[in-house]
Design a protein around this ligand. Structure first.
Ligand code: KG4
Ligand code: ZN
Length: 334
């Protein structure tokens, strides 16, 4: 089954053709990152306008790279939630128009479910059930993936997402948007033990996370030292921050895996590109006899191939939409 998938939830306009949820025939991404960089973060109004301008060309390019026409497809898929509402609406309405004119079925896809599905492309043997750490710019969840379309959140951040904390800390250190990748690079040549930062603590659900206290501590540290006219060693601070975030994510994720008896662990979302998180998960996997999967770097960030992958399984569970389909800024992965 060949699916043309469209993604426009944030600042990437993307389209891809994916076969049977696992084989990527083509994948095109038009990123707006250079423009948003000027403002230090995504400007929603600009994102919507750029999606409007790019979407037709991106979809045509995905078809052309796949050497296909619309008549060669079996279905269309689109990210409909969660994300920036104005950005999502561009993709949703484009896909609805295409569905109406071609008669192809339309499959709505949840953005975080698609981040998880990025792993199906890279790991042909990966099948639910597994436990997944979904860490993106807007979300940090520990999710039981019981089946391809049956998920249960067992822990989540009480405040900021891990990616958001990375980006804010990086911005305060003077790094360009999106800061996570720059902070990760800087951290690689720093000493993670040089700063003692507060380890996030959460009462109640043992699998819940929190990053706002840590983020604020780093921001205050930087502001206080700049008021004193001192410059902090950015690489060391980055390394200490990265270690604290990764320690906290791993502690909760491994505790949940232990308690619930999961041996198959999966990382998903933009922060799964973090080099320390990947390395430490590999080490723990070896030590504990676990299987760990994460997407290859090009599939960690937003793309449409992952949307096409998840769409196949949504279609198999009967999840299609008509012209009533709307976008939603927030929606649970469950
Ligand atoms: O999943 P994603 O593309 O967007 C959302 O769905 O929200 O994730 C983007 C996030 C950004 O916060 C970005 O800074 C972060 O992923 N990120 C990283 C790295 N690469 C991207 N964070 C830490 N280390 C990285 N190497
Ligand atoms: Zn995303």
């Amino acid at each position: 089954m060949k699916i043309l998938a469209i993604e426009s939830s944030c600042d990437e306009t993307a389209a891809a053709v994916v076969e049977d949820g696992r084989r990527v025939i083509s994948s095109v991404i038009a990123t707006q990152v250079e423009e948003h960089k000027l403002y230090g973060g995504v400007v929603p109004e600009i994102a919507s306008r750029r999606h409007c301008e790019s979407i037709n060309g991106v979809v045509r390019e995905a078809l052309s790279q796949a050497e296909m026409k619309l008549t060669d497809l079996d279905a269309l898929a689109v990210t409909y939630a969660p994300g920036l509402i104005g950005a999502l609406l561009v993709g949703v309405n484009f896909a609805k128009g295409l569905s109406l004119s071609t008669g192809l079925p339309l499959i709505p896809v949840h953005h975080l479910r698609s981040h998880i599905a990025a792993n199906y492309i890279a790991h042909p043997d990966l099948k639910p059930p597994f436990l997944c750490l979904v860490v993106s710019g807007g979300h940090s969840h520990i999710v039981e993936v019981r089946d391809y379309t049956d998920m249960k959140i067992i822990g989540k951040t009480r405040d900021d997402a891990a990616g958001e904390a990375f980006d804010k800390a990086a911005r305060t250190m003077g790094m360009p948007y999106p800061g996570g990748i720059h902070l990760d690079k800087a951290a690689s040549s720093g000493d993670p033990l040089s700063f003692s930062l507060p380890r996030p603590k959460v009462s109640g659900n043992p699998y819940d996370l929190s990053f706002s206290g840590l983020k604020t501590a780093v921001i205050n540290l930087i502001h206080n030292s700049s008021q004193r006219g001192e410059e902090l060693p950015v690489n060391d601070l980055s390394a200490s921050f990265r270690k604290t975030v990764v320690d906290s994510l791993m502690e909760k994720f491994l505790l949940a895996a232990d308690d619930l008896g999961y041996k198959s662990l999966v990382l998903a979302g933009g922060v799964s590109a973090n080099s320390l998180l990947r390395q430490r998960m590999d080490e723990e996997a070896k030590k504990r006899g676990l299987t760990v999967c994460y997407p290859p770097l090009p599939l960690c960030g937003d793309n449409a191939a992952m949307v096409g992958a998840q769409a196949y399984y949504e279609f198999l569970s009967g999840n299609t939409a008509g012209m009533e389909l709307n976008a939603a800024a927030t929606m649970s992965i469950e």
